[in-house]
Design a protein around this ligand. Structure first.
Ligand code: E4P
Length: 215
């Protein structure tokens, strides 16, 4: 499974990127707004730092507006993927953009049916929102698992990005059901390599080593 960072924070991206763990970055208008910087500037900066796909979302709600924005955003760097919301207008935009070889990430997917529509329209990536589904009492991981099964069965090429991932359990579960990618916020990323038993183990080893040396 590939790991994307779900952030527009440059320091966070730099910190985790040096570990060789970042295969791409996803953003959305909320994530961008937290940084208080110009959209184009921050996306260009991220696209230079990270070699993999960098998702930048349109804010138009009509097909023509989405396509215009997507054509512009996709020129900012070679690794840009344009994020489009799953609406009727969005599907039409994805269909047009796929014929122009502009890569898309269809976002705000909450059902297998929506994922199928996005794949059929020509999405490069589809993003089911695991955490937000769990919030409504629906099993988000199951939507990822079912979508993966359906894509395999019918040979759809779209890659699944498990989004709205909030816990270590989410990461492990979406990996186990074959999600192609999980996009993870920076605060959760550092928890993935941390374990109290590792910390305690190091403390004990160091203590025993010091005792041994002083004998
Ligand atoms: C990523 O593509 C999504 O925008 C993001 O994972 C949403 O996460 P949230 O539900 O925690 O806002």
């Amino acid at each position: 499974m590939k790991f994307f960072l779900d952030t527009a924070n440059i320091d966070e991206i730099k910190r985790i990127n040096v570990l060789g763990l970042v295969d791409g970055v996803t953003t959305n208008p909320t994530i961008i707004s937290r940084e208080g910087k110009d959209f184009e500037t921050v996306i260009k900066e991220i696209a230079q730092l990270v070699h993999g796909p960098v998702s930048a979302e349109v804010v138009s709600l009509d097909t023509e507006g989405m396509v215009d924005e997507a054509r512009k955003i996709s020129k900012w760097a070679d690794n840009i993927v344009v994020k489009i919301p799953l609406t009727e207008a969005g599907l039409a935009a994805v269909h047009i953009l796929s014929k122009e070889n502009i890569k898309t990430n269809v976002t705000l997917i909450f059902s297998v049916a929506q994922g199928l529509m996005a794949a059929k329209a020509g999405a490069t990536f589809v993003s089911p929102f695991v955490g937000r589904l769990d919030d409504t009492g629906t099993d988000g991981v199951k939507v990822v698992a079912d979508l993966k099964k359906v894509f395999r069965e019918y040979g759809y090429k779209s890659e699944i990005i498990a989004a709205s991932v909030r816990t270590i359990g989410h990461v492990e579960a979406v990996a186990a059901v074959g999600s192609d990618i999980a996009t993870i916020p920076g605060s959760l990323f550092s928890k993935l390599w941390t374990h109290p038993l590792t910390t305690n183990g190091i403390t004990q080893f160091m203590k025993d080593w010091e005792n041994f040396k002083s004998k």
